[in-house]
Design a protein. Structure first.
Lengths: 175, 331
């Protein structure tokens, strides 16, 4: 029993002493910045589809799902009938980076990026307008174009649309 | 008259030097401790303020001084304001009796390298460390907060309990040196340090000393995860700084005391006396930091049973054995 007690002390002290000479594992943040995973949730962007159009169709789903109500916008309509946000505003001072807006978005327009260094001296600088949010690329899904899949008048026959399966002849399915 | 004036000036010079060095070293001990603890936990520790974080104590000082000095509305103002000073002052006063070098001969006159060579220096040191309890207990009580009060009560109970073993463990040293004066005790270790003949006494004194300055594993009075900060929860700014500084000055002082009682004080081969003194203090301080990096906090009942059921009986037994040996050897 005494031996256990003593060995407990000795091994403990030996371990901490050995650790004195080990290389610290701390990452020195401002000098060393590790690349974060692509799906890290930080600053929000509005992406464009491969044709260079805004993906956002101002459906207000992100604004509705936002638990802290930090997203606001005003919808508008182009001459060709496509909807777009007249203005789009995210208050990053209030955003909790939950990613619900990204999940709610039907057109993959709103996306979260790994860019987390968003500190500002003035809190008003954290309110981002559409021109601050809009980027010139497709984010995580560069090839996706919502209007190829939905929201367009059908041309051609059934089953000819992008990713659409040929209609099944019901009668051929009979036993 | 002239010798009186010369002696007074000499005393002032020694006081000034000792105080400056003590405060500086205490401030840098915080840095050393944070650095060593960091490395023991495979971290860097402070490394931003200046090279290797060497300006960290200065940054901390500026922060503490410029912070608001808040006093809780329900606190007992006078006692609340005085309590930190008690901790700081008692810690610094003990250093007065610790010899930090051999006597210097200046213009044919011996200058003792100790601020005050009291003939009851050992009792003086123990008495002052008892007075330190007042700072903790009154600070905790005057804050009028439940965490502070609990911390203060724990501190008082712990420090009073461990003072007994602290004092008893020194009795064999007094028996060997036949003096209460620290200068005489160091002189008595001219041939060998007392740790060789009194290892049990050394262990008891070391454990009690760690408990006396409320460091891990005996940091129940300020247990962060139960009591926020214990008796200094309500303190802010430099008043908190005084508690903090007092703790580190006590650390140095205890290093000096352990050095003087067991490790032969400033005595040692090759190096000058002052270097040996500093080395011994630093060695003790390192071990205390090492203990902090290794051991978890004791439970309250473990603390009390270690003090009363292990250390005090062991210290008493040690006194009897030492007395018997001295009697038999008849020296």
């Amino acid at each position: 029993m005494f031996k256990d007690w003593l060995m407990g002390f000795v091994t403990g002290f030996a371990t901490t002493f050995k650790h004195l000479f080990r290389r610290p594992v701390t990452e020195q943040y401002p000098e060393y910045q590790r690349t974060l995973p692509v799906r890290s949730r930080a600053r929000i962007i509005l992406t464009r589809d491969p044709d260079g159009e805004e993906r956002c169709v101002a459906c207000y789903l992100c604004s509705a799902v936002c638990p802290v109500s930090c997203i606001s916008m005003q919808s508008g309509q182009r001459e060709d009938g496509r909807r777009y946000p007249r203005w789009f505003r995210i208050n990053f001072a209030r955003c909790i980076y939950c990613g619900f807006c990204e999940e709610a978005c039907p057109t993959l327009a709103i996306q979260l990026t790994p860019h987390f260094e968003t500190c500002e001296r003035d809190v008003l600088n954290l309110v981002a307008e559409k021109e601050n949010l809009l980027v010139n690329h497709g984010g995580k899904n560069p090839d996706y174009n919502f209007y190829r899949h939905a929201g367009v008048t059908m041309v051609g026959d059934k089953g000819t649309h992008v990713n659409e399966i040929e209609p099944v002849d019901l009668k051929s399915n009979l036993p | 008259m002239e010798t009186w004036i010369a002696g007074f000036i000499l005393l002032l010079v020694k006081l000034g030097v000792a105080l400056t060095v003590l405060l500086l070293v205490a401030a840098y001990l915080v840095w050393v401790e944070r650095k060593l603890l960091g490395r023991m936990q495979v971290r860097y520790g402070p490394n931003r303020a200046g090279k290797f974080g060497l300006l960290q104590p200065l940054a901390d000082l500026i922060k503490l001084v410029t912070k608001e000095d808040t006093i809780p509305g329900a606190a007992d103002r006078t006692i609340f304001l005085l309590a930190p000073a008690v901790v700081g002052a008692t810690a610094m006063l003990i250093f007065a009796v610790i010899p930090f070098g051999d006597r210097l001969i200046l213009r044919g006159k011996p200058i003792p390298m100790v601020i005050a060579d009291l003939n009851v220096a050992l009792l003086f040191a123990i008495a002052l460390s008892s007075l330190g309890v007042y700072g903790v207990a009154l600070g905790g009580w005057a804050s009028n907060s439940k965490y502070s009060l609990l911390g203060g009560i724990r501190g008082a109970a712990q420090m009073i309990s461990y003072e007994i073993s602290l004092g008893l463990s020194l009795a064999p040293i007094v028996m060997l040196a036949r003096s209460f004066s620290l200068v005489d005790i160091v002189n008595a270790q001219a041939l060998y340090p007392f740790i060789l003949v009194q290892p049990v006494s050394f262990l008891i004194f070391f454990v009690s000393a760690v408990a006396e300055i409320k460091r891990i594993p005996f940091d129940l009075p300020e247990a962060e995860n139960e009591l926020i900060a214990g008796y200094h929860t309500e303190y802010s700014g430099m008043r908190f700084g005084l508690f903090f500084l007092g703790e580190y000055i006590t650390l140095i002082v205890l290093g000096g005391l352990i050095g003087a009682f067991f490790l032969g004080g400033w005595r040692g081969p090759f190096l000058p006396p002052l270097a040996w003194f500093i080395l011994k203090v630093l060695a003790v301080v390192f071990v205390m930091i090492w203990v902090r990096g290794t051991l978890p906090r004791l439970r309250y009942d473990q603390l009390m049973s270690l003090g009363w059921k292990v250390l005090i009986p062991a210290a008493l037994l040690n006194i009897i054995v030492t007395g018997a040996v001295i009697l038999v050897m008849g020296s």
